[in-house]
Write a protein that binds this ligand. Structure first.
Ligand code: UGA
Length: 435
């Protein structure tokens, strides 16, 4: 099939690359000229394991190309996939302006009937709103069907999540359009749920909010475990063994971040409010998450009292391993709190330092290129992101370089055997006994 993908962010790029990989002829369109130039050379603008290999391979086989020109990119397209971002707007509602603009651009350049698949995360009613925009700007003799097809891929495992997704959701009131989109995915062997447009839109928000809720729940259980003397790692394991609960997204830590959960929980709450309902469970989920990001700072204050003039190493800046994305990352809150306390910070991240430096550029913060450089002379270290490089650091060397052997592990990721071998260590995890 000939497929045009609009937008080359995480979702668009992964979708485009994967559709080319399974044999479709794909053209990705983006208004960002420098991004398209890079992509045509096989250079990925984002850090995503496996993506660049597939990108180069499919450019070489001429199944994948990139352009800024709608006219060129839409020629002969059987299906147009919209994946443009819907970032958080000023009031906390998703900003649909990029999607609306792309809809006008598509409509103005379309000269044959087609199907438009919307993958962007959008509130209920948006697919119909976009259809109205397209119908308004399109030539009279052309017809377009819309299919809502929300995306569930995770950053850091985007390729695997796309090719081996748990489910594909297709929402439309046109069986012929659904049949065509099913063809697009037919070689993937993934279960497909057919539904109406509104339910498809809701499935995405309901899923993300539920996962966020699960994380906030286990984080509250972790906080309670600390108070009553239980170990949240065993509690989480024991809960997860019940198939009705499931073990996923029950890892306690310092809260969720990223470009999706924080934005989507808030957007769902706005939708609920607009519909006349408060949905307090969502407010609580967000509230717990905000407080959880400060848990390590509280622990440090309990241990040291004032943090002024102390040296802290912050290991991991990305909102999770496998990405250079720092949007809504707990590390931002933690570093800002340390700056507020007039402490000094040395950070290390295998991928996200440059991005963080754009956001926090302060005399007290030093971005190191090596983990061992970051921990040198530190009074304590904070583990924020469970990168392999951080989990497998040489703990003896790290402790020998530090001023004081104090570790606050925000992801409970250091191995117990290794910790027990260290003679002098003060170890503060989340929701389990200190060492
Ligand atoms: C999330 C969803 O998992 C995807 O299904 C969805 O497609 C995507 O949002 C989106 O809407 O585009 P993502 O934000 O990439 O994916 O990252 P996750 O792997 O879900 O992690 C989100 C946050 O939750 C991270 O900060 C992670 O550290 C935290 N987390 C996750 C926990 O604290 N505990 C867990 O058990 C799991």
């Amino acid at each position: 099939m000939n497929v045009s993908v609009i937008g080359t962010g995480y979702v668009g790029l992964s979708t485009g690359v994967c559709l080319a990989e399974i044999g479709h002829q794909v053209t990705c369109i983006d208004i960002d000229k420098s991004k398209i130039e890079k992509l045509n050379k096989g250079i990925s603008p984002i850090y995503e394991p496996g993506l660049e290999r597939f990108l180069q391979k499919n450019i070489n086989t001429k199944r994948l190309s990139f352009t800024t020109c709608y006219e060129e990119g839409l020629i002969g397209s059987d299906i147009i996939v919209m994946t443009v971002g819907t970032p958080q707007g000023p009031e906390g509602k998703p900003d649909l302006s990029y999607l609306e603009r792309a809809a006008v651009d598509i409509a103005s350049h379309l000269n044959e009937d087609t199907i438009i698949v919307i993958k962007s995360t959008v509130p209920v009613g948006t697919n119909n709103h976009i259809k109205e925009i397209i119908d308004k700007h399109i030539a009279d003799d052309i017809k377009v069907d819309i299919v809502s097809n929300p995306e569930f891929l995770r950053e850091g495992s985007a390729i695997v999540d796309t090719l081996k997704a748990d489910r594909i959701i297709l929402g439309s009131n046109k069986p012929s359009a659904i049949a065509k989109v099913k063809e697009l995915y037919s070689t993937l062997n993934i279960p497909i749920l057919e539904t109406d447009i509104s339910s498809a839109e809701m499935i995405k928000y309901a899923s993300n909010a539920f996962l966020a809720l699960k994380i906030s729940y286990i984080n509250e259980i972790a906080n309670l475990c600390e108070l009553v003397g239980a170990d949240v790692m065993d509690v989480s394991k024991g809960m997860g063994m019940d198939r009705r609960i499931g073990e996923s997204f029950l890892r306690p830590g310092i809260g969720y971040g990223g470009s999706c959960f924080p934005k989507d929980v808030l957007a769902l709450q706005h939708s609920a409010r607009d519909a006349g309902m408060t949905f307090d469970l969502l407010s609580e989920t967000m509230h717990i998450n905000n407080l959880q990001q400060l848990v390590l700072i509280e622990k440090a204050k309990n241990r040291f009292g004032e943090l002024k003039d102390m040296n802290f190493a912050v290991l991991g800046l990305a909102f999770k391993p496998g990405t250079d994305d720092i949007r809504e990352a707990p590390s931002i809150t933690i570093i800002q709190e340390l700056i507020k306390s007039e402490a000094y910070v040395a950070t290390f991240d295998p991928a996200a330092s440059n991005n963080m430096e754009q956001v926090i550029n302060h005399d007290n913060v030093n971005y190191c290129t090596s983990l061992y450089e970051a921990v040198e002379n530190a009074d304590a270290l904070f583990i924020i992101t469970e990168w392999d490089e951080i989990i497998s650091m040489d703990l003896f060397q790290v402790l020998s370089l530090m001023k004081q052997p104090v570790i606050f592990d925000g992801r409970n990721c250091l191995k117990e055997e290794q910790l027990l071998e260290c003679e002098k260590i003060e170890y503060y995890p989340i929701g389990r006994p200190n060492l």
